[in-house]
Design a protein around this ligand. Structure first.
Ligand SMILES: [Fe+2]
Length: 359
């Protein structure tokens, strides 16, 4: 390199990071290899290897994972184009590995073919030292920027994941607190909704629903009585038997709950709406508000129906004492095919036999 060339190159400059890049030279001409190695060494590159054998070169790419390959286009046995073909066979394996083709063939066709085969730039022999270094620098800089963008994308992905999880957590927490608000007036322990959710999810699991549906049901079922918000205290908290008229008012909580929950695209809220509207329907068609029968009642509502009644039976209410566990199980079984779906009752009995019912 002449003094003028050196001066010109120093104006461009190579930073420390680029000089530490891993370079691989694949060229069957040992004179060219020596020339390149001397050039790189003189410019402070410390991490370069070379091979005269293209097959070995390919092996070295996979084992050493260089930052840049300087590849002779006319190699014995395997052409530079075929070398590139192997290298680019899996686009995900080396997505940002630049290849600088070296050739003494200056035809447009050769250049086009090399670029189309996956080369990133072309150097024409005999080499111009500054051009070699500038092209090496450019390609390494592009690789570094690609790596930076990739890293940034990964960081963004992680951040989006964290924010999405936070949003989901907040959304679920709001729903839990909504369920507590609905229950607060007639169960200040707030435990009824939690127990119903837990029981319903155990039954759903025993019936073979997917883990996603089981989890959704666990979170949706505590909202089954949300419509109680619209029922006056004088009726909701009345001790003793309700009059026919008062019972009609109580029954409105199914529709009120469904009206509050309907219209959402959120699967959990759609399920919660189905449960709210139908958890007092009966399998034999004698329930309310729509007198739905059998499988016309959404499955989540059929499951919550059993969980809700069982929990009401086994706990004290202002109008009745708590029933013993065995009596409550007997009552549920006696309503199989009448009030309750026999398949749900079967799952419930299995849980009861395993002492897994929630009380
Ligand atoms: Fe209810």
């Amino acid at each position: 390199m002449t003094d003028d060339e050196l001066k010109a190159f120093e104006q461009v400059g190579l930073d420390f990071q680029i000089k530490g890049s891993r370079l691989l030279i694949v060229d069957d001409d040992s004179d060219h290899v020596n020339q390149l190695e001397n050039l790189l060494k003189a410019e402070g590159f410390t991490n370069y290897t070379s091979t005269l054998d293209p097959e070995q070169g390919l092996t070295m790419v996979f084992s050493d994972e260089p930052d840049l390959i300087l590849l002779d286009l006319h190699l014995p046995d395997i052409t530079g184009a075929n070398f590139l073909k192997h290298l680019r066979a899996d686009p995900n394996r080396f997505p940002f590995l630049p290849v600088l083709i070296m050739t003494d063939d200056t035809s447009h066709e050769t250049r086009r073919h090399a670029l189309a085969s996956g080369a990133n730039d072309i150097l024409v022999k005999p080499f111009d030292a500054i051009e070699v270094l500038l092209r090496v620098q450019n390609l390494l800089e592009v690789k570094r920027l690609n790596h930076k963008i990739e890293k940034h994308s990964e960081e963004l992905e992680v951040l989006v994941g964290i924010r999405t999880a936070e949003l989901e957590h907040t959304r679920l927490e709001v729903l839990e607190r909504l369920a507590i608000a609905a229950e607060y007036r007639d169960d200040d322990t707030r435990d009824h909704t939690r127990r119903v959710g837990h029981s319903a999810s155990l039954m759903a699991q025993a019936m073979g629903l997917t883990p996603f549906e089981v989890d959704t049901l666990r979170r949706a079922s505590p909202l089954h009585d949300l419509g109680k918000i619209g029922v006056p205290d004088s009726v909701l908290l009345k001790p003793g038997r309700l009059t026919e008229e008062e019972f009609e008012i109580i029954k409105t909580h199914s529709k009120i709950g469904a009206e509050i929950l309907e219209g959402s695209e959120y699967h959990l809220l759609e399920m919660a709406k189905d449960i709210a509207i139908a958890h007092h329907e009966k399998f034999d068609g004698t329930g309310y508000p729509n007198g739905l029968k059998g499988e016309a009642i959404p499955l989540p509502a059929r499951i919550v129906s059993v969980a809700d009644v069982f929990d009401a039976l086994t706990h004290e209410r202002c109008y009745k004492p708590a029933w013993p566990l065995e009596d409550a199980v007997t009552e549920i079984v006696s309503q199989s095919g009448k009030q309750f779906d026999p398949n749900v009752v079967e799952a419930f009995v299995k849980l009861a036999e395993q002492h897994r019912v929630v009380i």
